[in-house]
Design a protein around this ligand. Structure first.
Ligand code: RIB
Ligand code: CA
Length: 324
């Protein structure tokens, strides 16, 4: 099975990414980064999710509590707790974790794990601070990274602002380091992840699985759907983070398109934007057509364009059914 490290900020959708990955991939470890909640809360949440699902063999290493270059433009007081609650996993009554964090910092854990395993895939689903610092501390690890499959950015727009998506905006400088590091990058942006919105129908589908994990996920979705509707007026809760795991399990569920992606680090209105060069695509009326030759210089990022919603929820449901 593919060796992966999940770098995340649980977070309702991060929790689903953990459960999906652990059901199909060799999860060498989970590293946590502040984002949806504080580093204390997201680390505790990762431990709790592993405890619920009987995955306590997976190590969790605590990471960075904030971005490389903190600025007010990252809007640190916006959104995380609004969407995910005061704990970061509001909704279900989760058990206290039966495991403690790994003694190593996340950055050291990432470096050591890549050095001691063949071909590790990194799956970041939060701000990219840990990954960027690992690449800066030990640039040679790039050779051991099979690919980076991340949730972040957007083909044409953001969510925290018209231009910027949360994971990128919380640390754009880190994102720049990751997108230009030389390892292959897959980007599942919100143009893709909003195609897999969970509604009460999907929450009830998880509840009907009949095991503890399904019940916990259903209650996570009950809460998350409510905040997405209240804050963004969305008809459901987009399951952002599990999208980054999907192509590592089944390459046929998501259609990716290579294109140049640059991270905006200076714009007054566009700071944190993933500027995707899709001049060769015709977007509109629900269709995406290739009409010209790819522009922009390499390296190209594989940007997710379409996902098979039905097969996504089938995969998620079947994976959760295998847990206690
Ligand atoms: O913008 C969505 C992303 O921000 C998701 O990863 C969510 O968990 C939050 O981290
Ligand atoms: Ca996340």
């Amino acid at each position: 099975m593919r060796n992966v490290i999940l770098d995340c900020d649980p977070g309702h959708d991060d929790a689903l990414a953990i459960l999906l990955a652990a059901g199909h991939l060799n999860v060498l470890g989970i590293t946590t980064v502040a984002g949806n909640q504080t580093i204390d809360n997201v680390t505790s949440n990762a431990l709790k999710i592993l405890t619920v699902a009987g995955l306590t063999h997976i190590p969790v290493a605590r990471g960075m509590a904030g971005p490389l270059v903190p600025t007010s433009r990252q809007k640190p007081d916006v959104h995380g707790p609004d969407f995910h609650g005061e704990t970061g996993l509001d909704g279900p009554d989760l058990p206290e974790p039966t495991i403690s964090p790994d003694r190593r910092h996340a950055v050291d854990f990432i470096i050591e794990t890549i050095r001691s395993h063949d071909e590790v895939t990194l799956v970041p689903t939060g701000p990219l601070t840990n990954i960027a610092l690992a690449l800066r501390r030990e640039p040679s690890i790039v050779g051991g990274i099979r690919e980076i499959s991340l949730m972040g950015g957007g083909l044409t727009h953001g969510n925290v602002s018209a231009a910027a998506e949360f994971n990128i905006l919380m640390d754009p400088e880190a994102a720049h380091i990751v997108f230009t590091c030389g390892a292959p990058v897959k980007m599942c942006g919100i143009n893709l992840t909003r195609q897999v919105m969970a509604t009460p129908v999907e929450a009830d589908r998880m509840r009907a699985i009949g095991n503890r994990t399904g019940q916990v996920v259903a209650e996570l979705l009950d809460f998350f759907l409510g905040t997405c509707e209240k804050l963004f007026g969305l008809p459901g809760g987009p399951l952002h983070d599990p999208c980054a795991v999907v192509p590592l399990i089944d390459t046929t569920l998501i259609e990716f398109e290579p294109m140049r992606v640059d991270i905006e680090l200076y714009g007054e209105h566009t700071y944190g934007m993933t500027l995707c060069d899709h001049r060769h695509l015709l977007l509109g009326d629900g269709e995406i057509k290739r009409i010209g030759k790819r522009m922009g210089d390499p390296p190209y990022t594989e940007v997710g364009l379409r996902i098979d919603r039905e097969r996504f929820f089938d995969l998620l449901t079947n994976t959760l059914a295998a847990y206690p």
